[in-house]
Design a protein around this ligand. Structure first.
Ligand SMILES: Cc1cc2nc3c(=O)[nH]c(=O)nc-3n(C[C@H](O)[C@H](O)[C@H](O)COP(=O)(O)OP(=O)(O)OC[C@H]3O[C@@H](n4cnc5c(N)ncnc54)[C@H](O)[C@@H]3O)c2cc1C
Ligand code: SF4
Length: 441
C-alpha cells in the first residue's frame, strides 16, 4: 500500500517497445502551428467549443498561439480541462471539436484543433509551467475511488476549492485507462504518468495505490472517513466469449492485452496471424496496434456490417490503409487448437442476423483478442440506500449526484463508457456539485 506520490512503475525494458508506437499524429512545428492558428476564423458562436465536452474556449487558445502567447494559450486550455495534454492526443476530434469546425461546410480542411492543443500543452509541460494553486483550506475532505481521468479532474478542481482529497486506486499504476488502455500510439504510459504527476503538483491530493474498494476498503469506512465521496472506478474487465476452446492459450481479452503492451513488452515473436473479435473502438485500437507490432496478418471478425460497425469510421478507414482485413457478419462459435489456439471457428450471419446453415469456416489465428465489451462495476455500490445501479452503471443526475447525500459519481462507471474528455468534464462538474453540497458557492 503506498501513500506517497505515485511514480512510474514501468519496466526499464519497455522503452524500446514504446518507441514502436510513436507517434501516429506527429506534432506541429512552431511555424506550422502559427500558420494553422492563423487559419482560424474565430467564429463568434464557436461550434467547436460547444462540441467539446469540457467547453475549452478554442478560438481564444488558438488566437493566443497565433500571437505567440503560448503560455496564455495553455492556461486557457487547462482552465477548462486539466487533462488537456492527454485529450489533445486521444480525443476523437473528428466527431468532437474538429467535426464541428465551420470549414467542414466550406469545402476546406478543418482547423487541426487537437494538434494545436497538443502544441500548446506540450510546450507547457516542457517548460514546467504551472497555472493553479490550491484554495484556502476548508477543513473538509473528499474520498475518490479510482485514479483515472474522472477522479483526477475531480480532485484537482476540489483542491482549487480548498478541499483535501484522497484517491484510492486498486492498481499500482495511476492514470486509469490513459495509462493502461488507450492505444500507445496515441498516449504512451510514461506520458500519462507524467501528466498525473503534473496534475498532482497542485498539492494536497493523497494517492493510496493498491487499495481496492470492496476488498481493502468498505464503502462504509470510506464514507465515514470523508465528508463526501466521488466514485470514478471506470469499467470492469473484458467480457468473455463462452465458446468451446476459449480457455486455450492465445485467447485473451483485448483490454488486458493492450495493458500488457502499454506497461510491458508482450512477446508476439511467434504470432503470424492475429484475429480480433469485435467491431467497436477497442477492436479498432487492437488491430492497429497489432499491425504496428509487425504481425503479418491481422483480421477483425465482426458480427455486424461495415456500414453499421460501432467503432469510429475514421479509425476503420485508417486501419484499412494499414492493411487490416475484416470479415463482416461472422459469429465466432469456437476456437481450434491444442494447448494454443490455431484458429477461430465462425459461422456467417444472414441479413436477419441468423447463422447461415453450412457456412462454418475456420479463420487461422495464433493470437485471438476478444474486444466484445467490458463488464460494469456498479455492483460495488448496489444495495446502498439512495444509490441506483442500472445494468451495472451508477445512475447520476447532471452534476454527478447519486440519490445518496454526499455521494457522487462520474466517468465510465456512470456514463457506461465514453471518452477521456467526458470523464474529465463529469469529474469537474461533480467537484463543483460536491463543493456546493459542502456549503460552498
Ligand atoms: C482499449 C480502450 C481504448 C480507449 N481509447 C480511447 C481513446 O483513444 N480516446 C479516448 O478519449 N478515450 C478512449 N477510451 C476511453 C477512456 O479511456 C475512458 O473513457 C476513460 O479512461 C474513463 O475514465 P475513468 O476515470 O472514468 O475510468 P478509468 O480510466 O477506467 O479509471 C478508473 C480507475 O479506477 C480503478 N478502480 C476500479 N475499480 C476500483 C476499486 N474497486 N477500488 C479502487 N480503484 C478502482 C481502476 O484501476 C482505474 O485506474 C478507451 C478505452 C479503452 C478500454
Ligand atoms: S479537449 Fe478534445 S474535444 Fe475538447 S477541444 Fe480539446 S481535442 Fe477537442
Amino acid at each position: 500500500m503506498s501513500t506517497t506520490l505515485p511514480h512510474a512503475p514501468l519496466p526499464a525494458d519497455r522503452a524500446e517497445a514504446a518507441e514502436a508506437f510513436e507517434d501516429y499524429k506527429p506534432p506541429l512545428s512552431p511555424g506550422h502551428a502559427v500558420v494553422e492558428a492563423n487559419r482560424c476564423l474565430y467564429c463568434e458562436d464557436a461550434p467547436c467549443t460547444i462540441a467539446c465536452p469540457t467547453h475549452i474556449d478554442i478560438p481564444t487558445f488558438i488566437r493566443k498561439i497565433a500571437t505567440g502567447n503560448i503560455r496564455g494559450s495553455a492556461k486557457t486550455i487547462f482552465s477548462s480541462n486539466i487533462l488537456g495534454m492527454s485529450c489533445a492526443r486521444v480525443c476523437p476530434v473528428e466527431v468532437l471539436c474538429v467535426g464541428d469546425c465551420v470549414y467542414n461546410h466550406l469545402d476546406q480542411p478543418p482547423i487541426q484543433i487537437g494538434k494545436l492543443q497538443r502544441y500548446a500543452t506540450d510546450v507547457a509541460f516542457a517548460e514546467g509551467w504551472r497555472f493553479f494553486e490550491a484554495g484556502a483550506p476548508t477543513g473538509r475532505s473528499v474520498g475518490l475511488v479510482g485514479a483515472g481521468p474522472a477522479s483526477l479532474a475531480c480532485a484537482h478542481e476540489l483542491r482549487r476549492l480548498g478541499h483535501a482529497c484522497t484517491i484510492y486506486e486498486k492498481r499500482d499504476v495511476v492514470g486509469g485507462l490513459n495509462s493502461t488502455g488507450v492505444a500507445p500510439y496515441k498516449m504512451r504510459a510514461d506520458r500519462s504518468l507524467e501528466e498525473v504527476e503534473w496534475v498532482l503538483g497542485i498539492g494536497g491530493i493523497e494517492v493510496k495505490t493498491g487499495v481496492e474498494l470492496g476488498r481493502d476498503l468498505s464503502f462504509e469506512a470510506l464514507e465515514a472517513q470523508h465528508d463526501a465521496v466521488f466514485l470514478g472506478f471506470g469499467l470492469g474487465p473484458d467480457s468473455w466469449l463462452e465458446a468451446a476452446g476459449s480457455e486455450l492459450s492465445g485467447v485473451e481479452g483485448a483490454v488486458e492485452f493492450i495493458e500488457g503492451m502499454k506497461l510491458g513488452t508482450p512477446d508476439v515473436s511467434e504470432v503470424r496471424r492475429a484475429v480480433v473479435i469485435g467491431g467497436g473502438n477497442t477492436a479498432l485500437d487492437a488491430v492497429r496496434e497489432l499491425v504496428r507490432m509487425g504481425i503479418a496478418s491481422v483480421t477483425m471478425v465482426y458480427r455486424g456490417t461495415e456500414e453499421r460497425m460501432s467503432g469510429y469510421a475514421h479509425e476503420w478507414k485508417a486501419g484499412k490503409l494499414e492493411d487490416v482485413k475484416a470479415l463482416w457478419q461472422r459469429q465466432p462459435v469456437g476456437f481450434e487448437g491444442e494447448g494454443r489456439v490455431t484458429g477461430v471457428r465462425c459461422v456467417k450471419l444472414g441479413q436477419d442476423r441468423q447463422p447461415i446453415a453450412g457456412s462454418e469456416e475456420v479463420v487461422p489465428a495464433d493470437l485471438v483478442l476478444l474486444a466484445i465489451g467490458q463488464g460494469k462495476l456498479g455492483e460495488l455500490v448496489s444495495g446502498l440506500d439512495g444509490v441506483t445501479v442500472e445494468r451495472g452503471r451508477v445512475v447520476v443526475g447532471p452534476d454527478g449526484a447519486t440519490g445518496r447525500p454526499g455521494v457522487f459519481a462520474g466517468g465510465d462507471c456512470a456514463n457506461g463508457g465514453k471518452e477521456v474528455v467526458n470523464a474529465v468534464a463529469e469529474g469537474k462538474a461533480a467537484a463543483q456539485a460536491i463543493h456546493r453540497s459542502l456549503g460552498g458557492n
